[in-house]
Design a protein around this ligand. Structure first.
Ligand SMILES: *Cc1c(COP(=O)(O)O)cnc(C)c1O
Length: 363
């Protein structure tokens, strides 16, 4: 707060360097939120009106809206009912059909739901075969790993996006970041973050008219993060591993407590070590969800539901999507409850949550 900088200053570069180093990615671009990060990542990858972008229906609406901001046509790949991430089998089938119809996507946005990475190696194979780009929505997953590599290493993707909204694993109040190993993409992201304006003579068209001169060379936005937020982000990065370790401990306690309970838990695939943004239980039958949810709220527990399938939102209905289009995401939604999970949750408070869930299940 005592520094000379308010908007983008030296803390931005330090925060970007800290995230890039932690993820093992070459470049990082901080922006005002993850929605903006998704938007400029799509644009930097050349997504334009009429292009096709696919994502998971089991996500926050921003994973799909970023494509719509670019004028692209959004579509979804249904989820795997065990991992709750988009199903690679269903993706393969949908791609084969799309190829026959001449309607292949230009970009896929896999979402690392609840902090567990999608099976990126297999998704990469499909991307290579069918020629689309990959943008990881890693809003839930900073601090997690896949095949021993940190999420955000971008070993299997063109870029990944993190969110620093207060509900996420680390926060800057509002904030987001794109990480990538692709220098061309990085340069484009820097331009799009700040009005498409450059002071770099190498990027200018025609002459540099003097020391005062700048050029707008693309249609960009004001998506900058403030230096104050970046300073908060830097201090949060120091605590990231501690936060994730505590989240993993809490999830292990939940998993143990519910091992024999009549509920379904998200399965964890061996190649991942999730960061655990969310811990979700599913009732066996849809009609059990509402009474359990209401009983937990009445017991003073801040339960929630993640996510209402994006394609069932009215604004997506106007694009032609209907209930029934992605039945696994819909079936999951009807049975899902997110339990409290945050680094500051005490064992005692968690034990109370567990006790109330088990009590609620007994009816
Ligand atoms: C939170 C979230 C976003 C949007 O993040 P903001 O920083 O709030 O814009 C995008 N995708 C997913 C999966 C999220 O959970």
């Amino acid at each position: 707060m005592r520094s000379d900088w308010l908007t983008q200053g030296p803390a931005i570069a330090r925060f970007e360097a800290a995230v890039a180093a932690r993820c093992g990615a070459r470049y990082a671009v901080a922006v005002c939120n993850a929605t903006a990060a998704l938007h400029i990542a799509c644009l930097a990858m050349g997504i334009k009106p009429g292009d096709r972008v696919w994502t998971s229906p089991n996500t926050f609406v921003a994973s799909a809206n970023c494509a719509r901001y670019c004028g692209a046509v959004i579509d979804f790949v249904d989820i795997d009912p065990d991992t709750l991430n988009l199903s690679v089998d269903k993706l393969a089938k949908k791609l084969a059909e799309a190829e026959r119809a001449g309607r292949l996507p230009q970009l896929l946005i896999p979402v690392h739901f609840a902090g567990q990475s999608c099976d990126m190696a297999n998704i990469r194979q499909l991307a290579d075969r069918y020629g689309f780009r990959l943008l990881e929505d890693a809003s839930h997953a900073i601090g997690g790993s896949y095949r021993g590599l940190p999420v955000g290493a971008c070993s299997f993707s063109d870029a990944a996006v993190f969110s620093f909204h207060p509900v996420k694993i680390i926060t800057t109040g509002e904030g987001g970041m794109v990480v990538t190993n692709d220098e061309k993409l990085y340069r484009q992201l820097l331009l799009l973050r700040s009005h498409g304006i450059t002071r770099d003579p190498d990027l200018m068209e025609g002459e540099n008219e003097g020391a005062w001169y700048y050029q707008q060379v693309a249609l960009g936005f004001n998506y900058r993060m403030t230096d104050m937020q970046a300073a908060l982000g830097e201090s949060q990065m120091i605590r990231l591993d501690g936060f994730v370790a505590r989240r993993r401990e809490l999830v292990a306690r939940y998993q143990k407590a519910f091992a024999d309970a009549p509920i379904q838990l998200q399965s964890v695939i061996e190649s991942t070590d999730p960061a655990w943004h969310l811990f979700i239980i599913q009732t066996l039958r849809p009609e059990q969800r509402r009474p359990l949810f209401n009983a937990l709220r009445a017991a003073g527990i801040g339960v929630n539901v993640h996510y209402i399938p994006v394609h069932t939102q009215p604004d997506f209905g106007r694009l032609g999507f209907r209930r029934g289009d992605f039945p696994y995401a819909e079936d999951y939604y009807e049975r899902a409850i997110s339990l409290p999970l945050y680094a500051g949750l005490s064992d005692e408070d968690q034990d109370y949550v567990i006790e109330q869930v088990l009590k609620g299940l007994r009816g």
